[in-house]
Every structure is written in structure tokens, then in C-alpha cells.
Write a protein that binds this ligand. Structure first.
Ligand code: NAP
Length: 354
């Protein structure tokens, strides 16, 4: 019998893209597809593969008969409910940060470590955070060829990384500042937002305007100057690539882009990496699209690649003073490969291990 899939968090930013992915597939291996969210959304109707389905409230019974349960909910909801799903016999594939660094939970990117899918003592598999995921297909491919030793990253993260609330906030801010000639006087954007009834205290972006601005932090403060997104990039890159001692330093910032994270990657390898050699590696990886044409100024940018499944790579340069170091720019849709798509790919791979 075809396996049953549950989608927990079906109504959120990632859940909505997940349904889009399921609807866009030519065929899916699932029988029943069950949509689950909180009591707030229970009863809502959503079309899935031509059939209207009703969202049900999260409960232990909601997992009865489920083979694979994908979790696209806040950390604390996954922390409580993924083990419940596992105890009821489902394999939980979790998109939150609740289990990523748990030694008994594999952290899987199919292009890099798909062999880990079957190694799940808790019945839970974790999906990496969207910033790390956006560069993993590229870094994994380079690492296999040249052996990664150091990684320095600067991110340019989209508003939707903060969920549907982040998307709504950016749109509201843009509407409040558009056409007013703001941005040349310190504080004028902040004042315009407050005056428009958008208090910065309510913003998910560190009390800083995102419209016409760059917010120099992402995630929550973790001490010693570091923010959670930066520590995730370090810890998760090490775990996925299987390099526990990898030297990593990241600076994560938020930019006024709705969806698609970008990263400037400065990666050092044990062996020399020329631009030609790197291009060959990227060309050979089916989930990477290389757009790297400096003569014509053609490179990937969020506005041009949003909604796409691949990882887009460009601006590939051998560092002038460091032959073993490659600089490149990566763009990836944080709601697709950065979240829903990777989870879905893992969920499909789970079927072979049931
Ligand atoms: N956004 C990204 O780029 C991204 C990338 C990678 C990973 N993630 C992770 O994916 C998860 C979902 O993120 P998101 O951006 O989609 O968030 P979101 O837009 O805020 O959606 C949250 C979803 O969780 C449901 N939910 C919240 N509390 C619940 C509860 N107590 N019981 C049952 N369902 C509950 C919501 O249902 P209701 O409609 O009923 O409220 C909604 O479907 C988070 O852990 C996030 O860190 C996000």
C-alpha cells in the first residue's frame, strides 16, 4: 500500500511551499496526505493534488497510520511532537532547529550525506537551517574533490527566513516607505515606520527597519558577539560535511528581499582550486545551476531565481593571494531547497528504508 504522509505546519510559510512542491510533482509516491496545524487553522481547506483536504488539529491520534511526518512548525512544537509521531510509528522529518545537533538524529542534505537517512535511532531526521542549506550542495561537491579545511561566510538573508510574519512585516514596511524619498537622513525610515503604525518593537528583525536597510544580525543573540544563525552555520556545516574540526566563521545579516538567501562564500581547501576546476565540479552537480559570466555581468540574484529548486552559483574566483581558496556567490530559495524541498527529498528517500 502507498505510504501515508503527514504535513505538520501545513498552513505556514514553509508548509505552503511544501504543498506547492507536492502539487508540482508529476507523480508522488504517497497514498493519503494528511494536513495538520494548530487549532487556529483546523478546518481550513487546502487543495492537494486536485483534492480538497481539511486541515486537522495536531494531536497524538493525527499520526495514526502515518508512515512519514514532515514537521514545518516552530522549534518547541517539533520538540514536543516529533517524538510523539515517532512513538506512533512514523518517521519524523523535522525542519525546525529542535533536533539538528542531537547525536542520535542525522542532519541530511541528499546531495551530501543521503546515506544517513536510514541511521535514525530516534525515528527522527533533521533538516538543516536554510542558510547552511543554501550553500551545502556547492560546498559538498567541492569538498569531495578538494577537501574543505576552512570556511568564511557572509549571508544576505531574506525576510521569509522569519516565517510568514517576516514576509508580512517586510511588505508592510515597504508600503510605508515607498515613494517618500526616504533613506538620506539617519532615522527617517525608523520615524516613518513608527508613524505608519509599524512599531519597531513589534518587528521580527531586531528592532531595526528592514525596508531600505540592512539588519546586521539574524536570529537570537547567543553571547560573545554571536547570533544563532551564525552558530548554526558553523555547527551544522561541520555535522553535514562530517568534518568535526572544520574552521568556520560566519556573519549573518538580513536584507530587504522577500525570499531567497544569498551567501558570499570564502572556502579554503587542502588542494589548489582553479576557477575552471570549480566550474567543472558545479556543472557536474545536477542540483546546481552555474550562472557565471563576468564579461556580460550575468550572475544569479534573488529576484531572478526565487521559486527555483536548484542552488544557483556565480562570481567564482580563485582568491588572488590564496591558490587553495575559492570565493563564490550562492543564491538559494530559502523556502524551497532551504526548507521544504530538502525535507520533501528526504521524506521520499525514507520510503526505501521503511
Ligand atoms: N522560513 C524559512 O526560511 C525556514 C527555513 C528553514 C526552516 N524553517 C523552520 O521551519 C519551521 C516553520 O517555519 P515557517 O517559516 O513556515 O513558520 P510559520 O510561517 O510561522 O508557520 C508555522 C506553522 O506551524 C504551525 N503551528 C504553530 N504552532 C503550532 C502548534 N502549537 N501546533 C500545531 N501547529 C502549530 C502553524 O499553524 P497555524 O496556521 O495553525 O498557526 C503554521 O502552520 C520553523 O521551525 C522554522 O525555523 C524555516
Amino acid at each position: 500500500m502507498a505510504p501515508t504522509l503527514a504535513l505538520v505546519g501545513a498552513t505556514g510559510a514553509v508548509g505552503t511551499v511544501m504543498i506547492d512542491i507536492i502539487n508540482g510533482r508529476e507523480s508522488v509516491p504517497w497514498g493519503e496526505i494528511r494536513l495538520i496545524a494548530s487549532a487556529r487553522s483546523a478546518g481550513k481547506k487546502i487543495m492537494v493534488r486536485g483534492e480538497e483536504r481539511t486541515v486537522v488539529e495536531l494531536s497524538p491520534e493525527a499520526f495514526d497510520g502515518v508512515d512519514v511526518a514532515m514537521f514545518d512548525v516552530p522549534d518547541e512544537v517539533s520538540a514536543e511532537w516529533a517524538p510523539v509521531a515517532a512513538a506512533r510509528g512514523a518517521v519524523a522529518v523535522d525542519n525546525s532547529g529542535a533536533f539538528r545537533m542531537d547525536d542520535e538524529v542525522p542532519l541530511v542534505v541528499p546531495e551530501v550525506n543521503s546515506g544517513e537517512v536510514g541511521n535514525r535511532p530516534k525515528g527522527i531526521i533533521a533538516n538543516p537551517n536554510c542558510t547552511t542549506l543554501s550553500m551545502m550542495a556547492a560546498l559538498g561537491a567541492l569538498h569531495r574533490e578538494f577537501e574543505l579545511t576552512e570556511l568564511v561566510v557572509a549571508s544576505y538573508q531574506a525576510a521569509s527566513g522569519a516565517g510568514q510574519g517576516g514576509i508580512d512585516r517586510l511588505h508592510a514596511e515597504l508600503e510605508a516607505v515607498a515613494g517618500k524619498g526616504l533613506g538620506s537622513k539617519a532615522g527617517d525610515v525608523r520615524e516613518a515606520l513608527e508613524a505608519a503604525g509599524l512599531p519597531l518593537a513589534d518587528s521580527p528583525f531586531a528592532g531595526t527597519p528592514l525596508a531600505l536597510n540592512v539588519v546586521p544580525s539574524a536570529g537570537s543573540y547567543k553571547g560573545d558577539g554571536w547570533y544563532s544563525e551564525e552558530l548554526k552555520v558553523r555547527n551544522e556545516s561541520r555535522k553535514i560535511l562530517g568534518i568535526p574540526g572544520l574552521k568556520v566563521s560566519a556573519t549573518c545579516v538580513r536584507v530587504p528581499v522577500v525570499t531567497t538567501h544569498s551567501l558570499a562564500v570564502h572556502a579554503t581547501f587542502a588542494r589548489e582550486v582553479t576557477v575552471d576546476a570549480a566550474h567543472k565540479v558545479f556543472d557536474a552537480q545536477p542540483s546546481i545551476v552555474l550562472i557565471d559570466d563576468p564579461d556580460n555581468g550575468r550572475f544569479p540574484s534573488p529576484a531572478d531565481v526565487v521559486g527555483g529548486d536548484p542552488t544557483y552559483v556565480g562570481r567564482v574566483r580563485q582568491a588572488l593571494d590564496f591558490p587553495n581558496t575559492l570565493d563564490f556567490f550562492v543564491c538559494g530559495d530559502n523556502l524551497r531547497k532551504g526548507a521544504a524541498l530538502n525535507t520533501y527529498e528526504v521524506a521520499e528517500q525514507v520510503i526505501a528504508t521503511l
